[in-house]
Design a protein around this ligand. Sequence first.
Ligand code: TPP
Ligand code: SF4
Ligand code: MG
Length: 313
Amino acid sequence: MVKLKEVLESCQEEYFLPGNSCCAGCGLEIALRWAMKALGHNTALVTPASCLNVVIGLWPKTAPNFPFTNMAFAAAAAAATGMEAAFKAKAHRFPNRGWDEITALVFAGDGGTADIGIQGLSGAAERNSNIIYVCYDNEAYMNTGIQRSSSTPHGAITTTTTKGKERYKKNLPGILAAHEIPYVATCSISEPLDLYDKFKKAKSIKGCKYIHILAPCPPGWGYQSEESIEVARLAVKTGTWILYEVENGIMTLSKKSKSLLDPSKRAPLIDYLSKQKRFSQISEKDLIELQEIIDHNWERINVELSCQEQYLK
Ligand SMILES: Cc1ncc(C[n+]2csc(CCOP(=O)(O)OP(=O)(O)O)c2C)c(N)n1
Ligand code: SF4
Ligand SMILES: [Mg+2]
């Protein structure tokens, strides 16, 4: 894994500037800053309706220090695909001017990805469009007042699930992996070097890349702004959020999640939930159910890794 010193030495430039209107401790901002450190200035970003649309501010004082396109909610993946096609056409018409070195990137929320944007994303994945699609997952529609999305976890209170969500979190990285695209990865803002490495790798791969980042949101989840990293870290430590990559169909657990295949190594789930007001009404039954979901997710990964091992022998 890359060392912090190397990142700081190789990339001192900030691509998402201070003075933006993110809430203090916003997970999305941390995710975008680190992703851009890995991708560098040759990047054009598309963002559908979301917090990110808004926090960039108004021209001429916008925060992104790189090309940034606000897009309609459902159309981010299609827009990035079109952009990439335009870069390719430009490269053909004007060779050696760097047009073919630009990365077309989407940064979309969980609502814009798991719900309204999923058909466009599935289309781009099926076409194997040469883009990086990122879902920053704050597990609700934060920009419009914390409504539940299909990525909100079971038991979480939102303004549309006032007694806690009944249904379960959609497995978006799993759905994208089933599209058999060259690269799928999960990240957490608590592991920025892991995130950096995954973006560097995604940039080097041709075809459709999907990266899903857990990006906690202080007002939406109900914790103090200085606790974002700790909350994200607990999501990983408890096994609630699993860090992995699927490269050309081969799954690898990332460093911080590897040892957690053994259930005894996982921190108690309550350590994660008790930090957040959105789980303040959680019942004993829901707690057991959430733990069962986590155990089931790990079991699925265990089976996947065992099958892979047999296949690769
Ligand atoms: C077609 C359409 N429907 C609804 C909206 C209103 N809207 C804007 S942002 C947003 C929430 C987006 O949620 P998510 O994608 O999770 O991003 P977050 O706000 O959490 O960053 C909604 C519903 C819209 N802009 N366009
Ligand atoms: S509401 Fe949440 S996601 Fe939106 S800017 Fe604030 S902290 Fe970030
Ligand atoms: Mg969201």
